[in-house]
Design a protein around this ligand. Structure first.
Ligand SMILES: CC(C)(COP(=O)(O)OP(=O)(O)OC[C@H]1O[C@@H](n2cnc3c(N)ncnc32)[C@H](O)[C@@H]1OP(=O)(O)O)[C@@H](O)C(=O)NCCC(=O)NCCS
Length: 178
């Protein structure tokens, strides 16, 4: 039944998920950005950012937390939190970056993103973070709308390199205090 709400669960990625995560990550990046970007810059970014070895290293990296979301038993999205110094403009209260947040197209608008975001917030809080921040492309209105309804506000801008092309990301942040 296509309109039934899916059964949605989250879990931490393990080494065994590297291949499936790499495929999902490359596909969702392409689905989201290919129509509005230069194919050569897309290809450069895809080659440097995604692949079984690359996602395997990220899953093993102690400064990165990789969460997966399953819908009706199939991998439907992922999120990655990354610790590190934030850019200017982000509130200084124990910040953690929501580095990547992607839901497969078939599951957009079906509540999967909300479950994943709730888990991201719980995991970040449990790790002692006080601020969740992220960069979102200035030309990605759907993601911006989702982040705003998830409690984020626009706190500035920074540069994202797509291959060799400098693009403007809006910086969004939200407090994690209960
Ligand atoms: C961003 C993402 C996780 C949000 O999940 P989702 O299930 O699509 O989110 P929702 O449908 O609950 O919310 C999206 C909102 O944007 C709105 N929206 C849809 N298209 C829009 C557009 N072109 N312009 C502005 N708002 C738009 C929707 O109406 C909805 O708001 P509403 O609930 O008030 O109607 C998902 O769309 C996704 O994975 N996108 C591709 C990857 C991506 O962009 N990731 C973020 C990288 S920073």
């Amino acid at each position: 039944m296509p309109d039934e709400p899916p059964i949605v669960t989250t879990r931490y990625a393990t080494a065994a998920d590297a291949r499936a995560l790499a495929d999902l990550a490359a596909r969702t990046f392409q689905d989201t950005f290919a129509a509005d970007n230069d194919p050569a810059e897309m290809a450069r970014h895809l080659a440097s950012a995604y692949g079984e070895d690359q996602q395997g290293r990220e899953i093993a990296d102690a400064t990165i937390t990789t969460l997966l979301v399953d819908a009706d038993g199939a991998l439907a999205g992922y999120a990655q939190l990354r610790r590190g110094p934030p850019p200017a403009g982000v509130p200084r209260e124990a910040p953690v970056e929501l580095w990547r947040f992607y839901v497969d197209r078939a599951w957009h608008g079906r509540g999967v993103a909300q479950v994943l975001m709730q888990q991201v917030i719980e995991v970040a809080r449990a790790a002692g973070a006080g601020t969740l921040w992220l960069g979102v492309w200035e030309r990605n209105p759907r993601a911006q709308a989702f982040y705003r309804k998830s409690g984020f506000t626009d706190v500035g801008a920074h540069v994202f390199m797509l291959g060799t092309e400098a693009q403007t990301d809006r910086l969004f942040a939200r407090p994690l205090v209960p």
